[in-house]
Design a protein around this ligand. Structure first.
Ligand code: NAD
Length: 313
């Protein structure tokens, strides 16, 4: 019997020429996701119920129910970084090894965070759309120079954002209770905030770069929003569920924050009629932070190598 590897991310096919041979040379047959969409739990079970030793997974759901149903599964390799779609506790209990592609997309996501910050500050796409529709209306903006960028989470992506923001003549403060790299703070002139509230009070732009887990779900809520400046720009390229979207809606409508620009949403794509999408001060891109040629190459290669390593090759 030939063991198989299920590859779920749609975009992995762009990198198949380089990476499939790594997997087939190790003796595996490859099962692709041909639905053109993120797989559902049942679709994963149908494809991986038996003989599938490894999964290279995108954002498709891997809760305990799915992991238990895939009886030959030994390893999961994340095509990306955030592992909130995988029940890590269940995987550990079931002896399924898990690894993510650390650092594969940090430059791309950091560049998108900066792009969203400029979009929020200068509304480039809004004005361009207006001009293309026959208008010539300017939208007033703000300068970013001299403003304080507050980063919540300063890992691979947060650090790349910090370096770029310093290059833009911004002040940078970070809140990250697990941060230990004093040298980074000194080298780039970045301040470590003593508390989340201190960071929120100081920041002109708040950008989220932390994982979604039990501790961080809805970290941005009516209480934390109330600590922010009314003029604040909120950037979220991390995960939608980090933000209480009801509280965000209320804050954007009442202008108790200025603009929110996100690459992620609690439900992707958002449901029809989602009320946040109707607000002119809410910007949303379709989870495209890592969707660059360079990050794609790295995610495909790192995830293939990681899977083989987890499977003992
Ligand atoms: P990372 O693990 O390198 O960094 C995460 C940082 O968050 C760490 O420094 C950690 O100490 C910190 N952190 C953890 N809990 C915290 C808390 N309660 N408060 C403040 N900081 C906390 O991960 P990364 O590569 O920088 O990625 C960050 C997140 O970005 C991922 O978890 C993922 O959800 C998201 N992401 C999104 C995209 C996209 O396409 N939009 C792509 C990659 C990653």
């Amino acid at each position: 019997m030939t063991l198989k590897i299920l590859i779920t991310p749609k975009s992995y096919k762009n990198y198949k020429d380089k990476n499939y041979p790594l997997l087939t040379a190790a003796g595996y047959e490859i099962i692709e996701n041909n639905t053109g969409k993120t797989l559902t739990e049942d679709e994963i079970i149908d494809l991986a119920r038996q003989d599938v030793a490894g999964i290279i997974v995108g954002v498709d759901p891997l809760p305990e129910r799915v992991l238990k149903s895939c009886r030959d599964l030994k390893a999961i390799s994340k095509y990306g970084v955030g592992m909130d779609n995988i029940d890590l506790d269940a995987a550990a209990r079931l002896g399924i090894k898990v690894k993510n592609a650390v650092g594969s997309n940090s430059v791309s996501v950091s560049e998108l965070a900066i792009a969203l910050m400029f979009e929020a500050a200068r509304r480039v796409s809004v004005m361009s759309a207006g001009v293309k529709a026959g208008g010539w209306d300017r939208v007033g903006g703000i300068e970013l120079t001299g403003k304080t960028l507050g980063l919540i989470g300063c890992g691979q992506i947060g650090k790349e954002v910090a370096k770029r923001a310093k290059g833009l003549c911004m002040e940078v403060e970070v809140y990250d209770p697990y941060f230990k790299e004093e040298g980074f703070l000194e080298e780039y002139g970045v301040k470590l905030s003593a508390s989340l509230d201190e960071l929120l009070a100081a920041a002109d732009v708040v950008s989220l770069h932390l994982p979604l887990n039990r501790e961080t779900r809805q970290l941005i809520n009516s209480r934390t929003i109330a600590k922010m400046k009314k003029s604040v720009i909120l950037i979220n390229t991390a995960r939608g569920e980090l933000v209480d979207e009801e509280a965000l809606y209320a804050a954007l409508v009442s202008k108790s924050i200025a603009v929110a620009a996100q690459d992620v949403f609690s439900q992707e794509p958002p449901p029809p009629g989602e009320k946040l999408l109707a607000l002119e001060n809410f910007i949303l891109t379709p989870h495209t932070g890592a969707f660059t040629a360079e990050a794609g190459e790295r995610m495909a290669l790192y995830s293939a190598r990681n899977l083989l390593e987890l499977l003992g090759h």
